[in-house]
Design a protein around this ligand. Sequence first.
Ligand code: ZN
Length: 176
Amino acid sequence: MSVLKIITIPDSRLKNKSLDVDKYDKELKQKIKDLYDTLYFSENGIGLAAPQVGIFERIVVIDLKEDSKSKPLTLINPKIINKSNEKFINQEGCLSIPGYYADVERSMEIEYEWFDENGNKQTAIAQGLLSICIQHEVDHLNGVLFIDYLSGLKKKMALDKVLKFNKKNKTSKNDD
Ligand code: ZN
């Protein structure tokens, strides 16, 4: 089991655009496994994008744990093909912005395509929480964070929260 270190703001690497995966090999499967280990180790994460752990490849793992049952969804090179005009507002958080939550407006429904870990292309429609989660994670692959949709003042509040959160964790856990 490998739990990887999650990069938090204001690390500029979170603004990197990630590259397409072109090899569906053992190494990719290991990265996916490490991403799930890291996601499940986090307290309340439902999705993690590879750039959040410093791997700048288009890999996303999601588990909404519906009815407290694990429901892993691995997306390689995901693309949102269609977005509904109907929007809704939901409170979002992010493992790279620990301790901060804010309302973000997203499309209610999306049509998306992706490759599974064996390189098979898939297409589906997502609604509600899954739709938000995919939009949030695909943004990460393009170097966009949910706080980028907020005002400058809220962005500053988010940064203050994270700096406080990281400081507290450093003193209590005594790690680097
Ligand atoms: Zn995030």
